[in-house]
Design a binder for this molecule. Structure first.
Ligand SMILES: [Zn+2]
Length: 298
């Protein structure tokens, strides 16, 4: 797989799963079959299959600067009990092998950055070793936005106290707390700077402390946008928040701000779930927007 070059930085990805995920209307409840038909020419077959299931990817990005190797979002993970989501339950993905194939060892990761703490963005934070969840990236500092961490810690503790099901499929307990216990967590503000040109910004709504990551190098710019857009189909109508958004209105505001800021620019959008071609640009088309993908790989 060929890397994307961003000034002095490089960007690669580690794929956990790519394929049909769920009915598009389950992800975006407001979309109608008329909307799908009117946009089938660009949605199918890349982003939507014949049965109108969204094609989605679950991947991590690896951003390499001269100083750091930063892993962005860590997918679902292996051996995680997720009985409420069959496709994530007790998986055995070849994610670490995929990481090896792009020439990255787990102990080379300096930072793990989770845009938010949903179960499909934290999974590889930990792995099961001798029946214990331990950090997968032994030398990494794991960066969590404090607002996001505090929200889910509270949700986790109240579920425990009330004997209710754990939030986020139990991922706070098996993919966040072991990192904290190992002393590898870094709670940061929404404007945390990893180094010059690489920084977080708050983008609320999908979750209470949701952040996106910006990378600038030598005039080039990329945004790791997490789940601000789950699927390019949301570009048909930017007010369509996903079924998984905590605050649909705030999510809409964050999505509009991001898309308008990127539209018709050379800035690269790197979403957490867009399938191949994965990386690309936002272009305006009349009063709508489209995603114009670049090819990852030759
Ligand atoms: Zn996600």
């Amino acid at each position: 797989m060929r890397k994307q070059i961003l000034g002095e930085f490089s960007i690669d990805r580690v794929v956990e799963y790519e394929g049909p995920f769920a009915a598009l209307q389950r992800i975006i409840p407001q979309i109608t079959s008329e909307d799908v038909d009117a946009n089938a020419d660009w949605l199918k077959p890349l982003f939507l299959d014949d049965a109108n299931n969204a094609i989605m990817s679950f991947h991590s990005y690896v951003l390499k600067t001269r100083r750091h190797t930063i892993l962005i979002d860590t997918c679902v993970g292996n051996n995680k009990p997720r009985p409420q989501r069959e496709s994530w339950h007790l998986q055995n993905y070849d994610y670490l092998q995929a990481m090896a194939r792009i020439g990255v060892r787990p102990d080379e990761i300096d930072f793990v950055c989770c845009t938010h703490l949903h179960a499909d963005h934290v999974g590889w934070n930990t792995q099961l070793v001798n029946q214990q969840w331990v950090p997968t990236f032994s030398k990494a500092r794991y960066v969590f936005a404090k607002t996001e961490y505090d929200h889910w810690e509270q949700a986790h503790r109240s579920a425990l106290a009330l004997n209710q099901p754990a939030p986020n499929h139990g991922s706070f307990a098996d993919s966040i707390l072991p990192v904290v216990d190992a002393g590898q967590a870094m709670m940061v503000g929404d404007d945390f700077e990893f180094e010059k040109g690489v920084y977080l910004r708050a983008a609320r709504g999908h979750t209470p402390g949701n952040c996106i990551l910006h990378a600038h190098s030598q005039g080039a710019h990329a945004v790791f946008s997490g789940d601000i857009l789950h699927t390019p189909a949301q570009l048909i109508n930017l007010s369509w928040s996903s079924n998984f958004c905590y605050d649909a209105q705030a999510s809409e505001q964050s999505r509009k701000a991001l898309v308008h800021s990127l539209a018709d620019s050379s800035s690269l959008l790197l979403a957490a779930h867009f399938p191949g071609p994965v990386a690309g640009h936002i272009v305006s088309q009349g009063d709508q927007f489209r995603f114009q993908g670049l090819k990852f790989g030759s």
